[in-house]
Structures are given as structure tokens and as C-alpha cells.
Design a protein around this ligand. Structure first.
Ligand SMILES: [Zn+2]
Length: 75
């Protein structure tokens, strides 16, 4: 099961965040909570006019997206 997850993650470049976002709307509004899918901490990035919640484990292969408020969430 873990191997399958790793293979799927390895085949998806970070650029596909837009596509995976649709199937991960369950993390919307859950920044700071554990992802219901993988248990990673849901992160939030804020832009000029919107904010996006995402799971690093499921959607960005562990990469933390940078934004003007990221430093508040990073340790
Ligand atoms: Zn996740």
C-alpha cells in the first residue's frame, strides 16, 4: 500500500497541484489539522485575494508552498 502511494506520488510533478486539488477539497478549511487521507498537516497558502488549503503529503509530494505568510506555518 505504501509502495503504491510512493509510485503515484513519484509520477506526479508538483505542477499538478491544480488537478489534485479537486479531489482533495476535503482539506479545505482544515489548515493546521491532520489530513484525513495521509495524516500530514494541512497547510494554507494565502495569495492577494484568496487562500488555498492543501496537504503537502497528498498534493505537493511534501513540498511546502511559499507565500507571504508561510513563515508562520513553518518550523
Ligand atoms: Zn494528505
Amino acid at each position: 500500500m505504501l509502495g503504491t502511494a510512493l509510485r503515484e506520488a513519484g509520477g506526479k510533478p508538483p505542477a499538478e497541484l491544480k488537478d489534485t486539488k479537486r479531489s482533495h477539497m476535503r482539506v479545505h478549511g482544515r489548515a493546521g489539522e491532520a489530513c484525513p487521507v495521509c495524516g500530514d498537516t494541512v497547510r494554507e497558502v494565502s495569495f492577494a485575494d484568496t487562500a488555498l488549503q492543501y496537504c503537502p503529503g497528498c498534493q505537493t509530494q511534501g513540498k511546502i508552498l511559499a507565500d507571504r505568510r508561510t513563515s508562520r506555518f513553518l518550523k
